[in-house]
Ligand binder design. Structure first.
Ligand code: IPE
Ligand code: IPE
Ligand code: MG
Length: 262
């Protein structure tokens, strides 16, 4: 993984990696006097739309937070509905993802899922493993702290000599998504301005974008607003403005049409 604390990533107008906390399904449903699960169902449609939009815009990696390590605290009925929804989404969508050149992966502690769900996940990962158009990763039973702990544990098991000290470069290959660039753009829908234990390590230099739009209402237009905001940021990675390519005070990314990839 290219580490933003060790190397400065190449400036691109379209973020290479977008990570999203898909929040607000319950509130979307509540506003309509629907049960919370109706919001989750609509949320799957929003996922379909954002995947398509990311392919069209030339995004390389899209990582979506679907279920956190802490979401087990929800009412059992809601948790089991979410698991069923995951199963049916896999059954219905994987072939289409494959046809569209999407590489599908899941990060998180899969042991806690039912065997059927784990099997569907493994099959989908194997089926799409050679695809390169878009790397779609679903974070499920994922937590940023879990990720760091499992990485350290696996690293020390394989390389016990590192117990006396190790570097970022030693650790990063063991993190979930250790082979991906760190996210350039983080989006959270639903109005909360917090990270909720999402990719704690990898968000070190990510540009953060928060929107009040509820996840079931997320579409290409909202994605484009986030990308335009990203293009107006000056990503300094610790340097001064004057040191940036393009000179003093000139944003690295100029706001332009978001349509073309590059
Ligand atoms: C996000 O929507 C989906 C999951 C966390 C599974 P929420 O279900 O958290 O919706 P709100 O925040 O209650 O509106
Ligand atoms: C974060 O949403 C996790 C996912 C979207 C999967 P939550 O709705 O669980 O977050 P909190 O509890 O409001 O921080
Ligand atoms: Mg929520």
């Amino acid at each position: 993984m290219a580490s933003t604390t060790l190397e400065i990533p190449e400036a691109r107008r379209i973020p290479r990696h977008i990570a999203i906390i898909m929040d607000g399904n319950g509130r979307w449903a509540k506003q309509r006097f629907f049960p919370r699960i109706a919001g989750h169902r609509r949320g799957v449609e929003a996922v379909r739309n954002v995947v398509r939009a990311c392919i069209e815009r030339g995004v390389d990696y899209l990582t979506l937070f679907a279920f956190s390590s802490e979401n087990w605290r929800r009412p059992p009925d809601e948790v089991s509905f979410l698991m069923q929804l995951f199963v049916s989404a896999l059954e219905q969508e994987v072939e289409k993802l494959h046809e569209n050149g999407v590489r599908f992966r899941v990060i998180g502690e899969l042991d806690r899922f039912e065997p059927k769900l784990t099997r569907l996940i493994r099959e989908a990962e194997a089926r799409t493993s050679k695809n390169r158009k878009l790397n779609l990763t679903i974070a499920a039973n994922y937590g940023g702290r879990w990720d760091i702990l499992q990485a350290v544990t696996r690293m020390l098991r394989e390389r016990p000599e590192l117990a006396s000290g190790f570097s970022e470069r030693d650790l990063t290959p063991y993190l979930a998504l250790g082979d991906a660039p760190e996210p350039d753009l983080f989006i959270r829908t639903g109005g909360e301005q917090r990270i909720s234990n999402f990719m704690l390590w990898q968000l070190a230099y990510t540009e953060l974008y928060f929107t009040d739009v509820l996840w079931p209402d997320f579409d290409a237009a909202v994605l484009d607003r986030a990308i335009v905001s990203y293009q107006q940021r000056e990503r300094r990675f610790g340097r001064t403005s004057e040191q940036l390519p393009g000179g003093a005070g000139v944003p690295v990314y100029q706001a332009q049409d978001v349509g073309d990839a590059g």
